[in-house]
Design a protein around this ligand. Structure first.
Ligand code: M6R
Length: 654
């Protein structure tokens, strides 16, 4: 163990007899519509502060994780449990607490929820109660076998208020508490019975000053304070108060009091933990005067790339100490790379495929994590699996990484979140240093992921001797010039904004790209779908004539990412021909082209300019106007760009 050792102890059971449970309700026992949790934000606190303030502040920073209902439970200074929960955004709960304040208390838990099935209602919001209201519990994840557990509890006469799997955990915990009289022991007795993914936190009125939690396949981080301790789904929950944190491992139970933190495995055996320092300030997770997190994060892209490169280019050489466990011989022996990721992260992988193959001459395949695991992929010790995840918690990617390791592949994680689960499950991690990304739509993490992957590609090329020193130096210089060039593109944001406002009534937009422009076309379409709820498709421009061109009708807006005329001799003219083809059929063409490219002018209705860059680096610039376009168009439609409907920031179930 490195760093400060936490005080650890074996958890002992206390037995006390407590009154019996409630009676079954007809409504609950007949219910068939179950609400399943998908992804939520969790906060816990014990200390001298008024826990409600800590919980509401933490929930505000975690609201990106889920925003269809919220709730808190506080053990007040009289030792009573007080709860409040409401469907809707966190502000609805805040308003409710304004109208009906709850008493001061130093111990509490709070929750923001995102549900997949069943309406987000007050009743289904967390916390849920057990032990006749003496115990409150919150949950992130899915308890897959909750139905059978519920039947067991119903048969014993327990009652349920909601349709959630979470309430089953609360009632089960309450039952065990009545047997053991000790919250830690009660947790230990129930957690092994759950199948699926969960982070659970609970408080019991008989043990004020204590919050107990457990996790499996779902995140939980401890914040270590002086005379106070915190729990959170991620460090944003408590970074305002402390930057010392500990990530809880798989199948572990944690108990915090004001002065002590204990971590055990599910059998109660003490676990060694390794504290780390959070690398960013609380202000990084605040809007800081911007109208939205997304607008702020788009503007932070130059720093996201620069910070990801910082300290990793030394004397003109790539230097990635995190990869020391991968010796040069091992990197030379790799005969294939498989990249696994979802959504925007997968598009970053697609961009990097072109660069890594060109530089290091290793075949790279990019696969969606949720497809990868179910097709019996061919993996061996010569396969390197690189996962990409901003949150480090995407369940599909986590499961794919675990599967790859089981199959004998070596794994590297590209991740933006310290202490997250995917890096912990990988052989090595290269962190992107984009800072906290709060808006659901991924922007600055995307460019930082490409920067980290490019560093890796250049490192691999050097080790394998596939690029000369001169060529390596040239590519590194290009990479280091990216932040300034992104700044230039951001300077054109106003023009893109005008275009978006002018197109606010558009019902469908197409995106075309070729080579590295193709994943950017896909990313442009994804941004527009998720933010502006507009039908959007991205295509490889060469594919147009194989079907998609049938979609073109007069007035159809089409964004075209035009490759540099200074790149491949054939690519630029081919894309210009594509533009002519769609223009001839009435398309309204918006070209994203480098400065000075005059060939597009006769055929494009609008041209958005990006600075000159080597072809492989154009994606880092071309994506920016597309992000801004989607954001502005969504705002023109009056939509919430930080929290689009039906989405959550990280998807922590499969
Ligand atoms: O946290 P991750 O990078 O693993 O998330 C992957 C996707 O869920 C994510 O990129 C998603 O597609 C974004 N909402 C896109 O903006």
């Amino acid at each position: 163990m490195r760093g400060r050792m936490l005080r650890l102890k074996h958890l002992s059971s206390l037995v006390s007899g407590l009154p019996g449970a409630g009676r079954p309700s007809a409504a609950a026992s007949q219910s068939t519509a179950y609400t399943i949790e998908r992804m939520c934000g969790i906060v816990g606190y014990v200390g001298e502060r008024n826990s409600l303030d800590v919980l509401m502040g933490g929930l505000r920073r975690l609201e990106y994780r889920g925003y269809d209902s919220a709730g808190v439970a506080v053990i007040d200074d009289e030792g009573e449990i007080e709860t409040a929960k409401r469907a809707g955004k966190l502000q609805v709960l805040a308003d409710e607490l304004e109208r009906h304040p709850i008493h001061r208390g130093g111990t509490g838990i709070g929750h923001t929820r995102w549900a997949t099935h069943g309406g987000p209602t007050d009743r289904n919001a967390h916390p849920h109660l057990g032990d006749d209201g003496r115990l409150a519990l919150i949950h992130n994840g899915i308890i897959e076998n909750f139905s059978e557990l519920k039947d067991e509890l119903l048969a014993e006469g327990f009652a349920f208020e909601s349709e959630t799997d979470t309430e089953v955990a609360a009632v089960l915990l309450g039952r065990e508490y009545r047997r053991t009289g000790d919250l830690r022991s009660a947790f230990q007795a129930i957690v092994s019975r759950f199948e699926g993914a969960f982070t659970l936190l609970a408080v019991h009125r008989n043990e004020p000053g204590l919050v107990v939690g457990a996790r499996r396949n779902s995140p939980l981080v401890i914040g270590l304070g002086e005379g106070e301790n915190f729990l959170g789904s991620d460090v944003a929950a408590f970074v305002e108060f402390t930057k010392r944190a500990v990530a809880i491992g798989q199948d572990q139970i944690v108990a915090i009091t004001a002065d002590e933190v204990t971590v055990t495995d599910f059998d109660g055996e003490p676990v060694e933990v390794e504290p780390f320092e959070v690398a960013w300030d609380a202000s990084a997770a605040e809007k800081g005067g911007w109208s939205s997190f997304m607008r702020k994060e788009v503007s932070e892209q130059p720093e996201a790339v620069a910070n990801t490169l910082l300290g990793r280019v030394v004397d003109g050489q790539v230097h990635i100490p995190e990869l020391e466990s991968f010796g040069d011989d091992e990197l030379r022996a790799i005969h294939r790379i498989t990249v696994i990721a979802c959504g925007t992260a997968a598009y970053a992988g697609m961009v990097a495929k072109y660069a890594i193959e060109q530089w290091a001459r290793v075949p790279v395949e990019v696969e969606l994590s949720h497809e990868f695991r179910y097709r019996e992929p061919v993996l061996d010790e010569g396969t390197l699996v690189i996962s990409i995840s901003q949150s480090g918690e995407t369940m599909d990617t986590l499961m794919a990484v675990k599967y790859a390791r089981e199959m004998g592949a070596r794994t590297i994680s590209i991740c933006n979140t310290q202490g997250a689960t995917i890096p912990r499950e990988s052989d090595a991690v290269v962190y992107t240093h984009a800072g906290p990304e709060v808006a659901v739509a991924s922007t600055k993490a995307f460019v930082a992921q490409i920067a980290a992957l490019y560093l890796f590609g250049l490192h691999l090329a050097r080790v394998r001797g596939t690029l000369s020193e001169t060529e390596l130096g040239k590519q590194l210089a290009e990479l280091q010039s990216v932040p300034e060039k992104i700044r230039t593109v951001l300077g054109e944001a106003e023009h893109v904004g005008e275009l978006a406002h002018w197109m606010a009534d558009t019902r469908s937009v197409l995106f075309l790209g070729r080579h590295v422009g193709y994943p950017i076309a896909l990313e442009g379409a994804l941004k527009l779908k998720e933010l502006a709820y507009i039908h959007a498709e991205g295509f490889a421009a060469g594919e147009l004539k194989h079907g998609p061109i049938a979609l073109i009708e007069p007035g159809q807006p089409v964004f075209v990412i035009v490759p540099s005329p200074r790149g491949s001799a054939t690519l630029h003219p081919k894309v210009v021909s594509n533009i002519q083809e769609i223009r001839a059929r009435g398309a309204r063409v918006i070209a994203i082209a480098e400065e000075g490219d005059a060939a597009v002018l006769p055929f494009a209705d609008e041209v958005l300019r990006i600075p000159l860059a080597a072809p492989l680096f154009e994606p880092l610039l071309a994506v920016v106007p597309l992000q801004i376009f989607a954001m502005e168009l969504a705002q023109a439609k009056g939509l919430d760009v930080d929290q689009p409907r039906n989405l959550a920031k990280s998807v922590t179930v499969e």
